[in-house]
Design a protein around this ligand. Structure first.
Ligand SMILES: [Fe+2]
Ligand SMILES: [Fe+2]
Length: 302
């Protein structure tokens, strides 16, 4: 009996991601086969396995990010940048439960209760995450509701639109690829990333609720594992669709994040202050270690 050695998905006109169950992953270029038979030209049709599924999904993300690697912004962490990130986090999470339930409803109608159940579970798990971002903004002394109502970072808009559109499709399986992309990237955040943000904030101010929960320390790592297992259990056509959407979402995310991160701190501050209609109610000073600290005015609840 022939043993299935790999899974593969074509993600661009030329490139297929190939992954073995052992975890080995590579990018196969169709044009490089130079007239020989391309073994990956026909879509895969076999069953999935966890080892190869994770290879395909993570391969899709790294391939998408490699396309902008040369110009990937890696700015220093600033409080303005963190505020923009929190506003973006709010917008990417506020409609998630509603969107996932909409997709679940569709799968129930399509006679796919297992997909519907998975999406409903995700919707439950994601409920309230927008409020974590609002609490963090409030902890920084900002009028959180007013800020998010008046400020939708340009780089985040296409990402949110993508998810809205995917969940409204007649066959909305792609929304799993989008969610995987966001959660996988969030799960890369480590304890030191959280500590770096905390170092910007005054002692006793907790403005990292969203970040903690969307990091390797929070629920994201478990969500990622659950999604990999679920995707591996899907029929080949669905797995192909999910991996292709993971790639597309990662492209949109990479471009969008870059758009925001390439801005100077002054530009970010101006955008925030325009949305607030007032100056950011904080000032910087150098802390004992020489690091910039954020000074919160009076705690506010709006
Ligand atoms: Fe979340
Ligand atoms: Fe999550």
């Amino acid at each position: 009996m022939a043993r299935r050695v790999a899974e593969w998905v074509n993600v661009t006109d030329d490139i297929s991601i190939v992954a073995r169950e052992s975890g080995e992953v590579w990018f196969h270029s169709q044009s490089a086969t130079k007239g020989r038979v391309d073994p990956f030209a026909t879509p895969m049709a076999g069953t999935g396995a966890v080892g190869s599924t994770v290879g395909l999904l993570d391969g899709a993300i790294s391939l998408a990010f490699s396309r902008i690697e040369q110009r990937l912004a890696r700015p220093d962490l600033t409080i303005a940048g963190y505020i923009v990130a929190l506003v973006g986090a709010y917008h990417t999470s506020v409609d998630t439960p509603r969107n996932l339930r909409r997709a679940a409803e569709r799968f129930n109608k399509l006679g796919r209760p297992e997909v519907a159940a998975y999406l409903e579970e995700r919707a439950r798990e994601e409920t309230g995450h927008d409020r974590l971002a609002l609490k963090d903004l409030r902890a920084l002394g900002l009028p959180a509701e007013r800020l998010v109502a008046n400020f939708f970072p340009e780089g985040i808009k296409p990402l949110c639109k993508r998810f809205d559109d995917l969940c409204a499709e007649d066959y909305p399986i792609g929304c799993i690829g989008y969610s995987y992309c966001l959660e996988r990237i969030a799960a890369l955040k480590q304890k030191t990333d959280i500590e770096n943000v905390q170092a910007l904030c005054p002692d006793g101010v907790d403005a990292t609720r969203f970040l903690r929960s969307h990091s390797s320390l929070g629920s994201e790592a478990a969500h990622v594992d659950e999604t990999i297992e679920f995707v591996a259990s899907l029929p080949a056509k669905d797995r192909i669709n999910v991996v292709q959407e993971t790639y597309q979402s990662a492209l949109i995310m990479a471009e969008g994040y870059n758009h925001e991160l390439l801005k100077s701190e002054t530009e970010m501050r101006e955008e925030i202050e325009q949305a607030l209609g007032e100056a950011i109610p904080y000032r910087h000073s150098l802390g004992p270690s020489g690091s910039q600290k954020y000074h919160v005015p009076a705690a506010r609840a709006d």
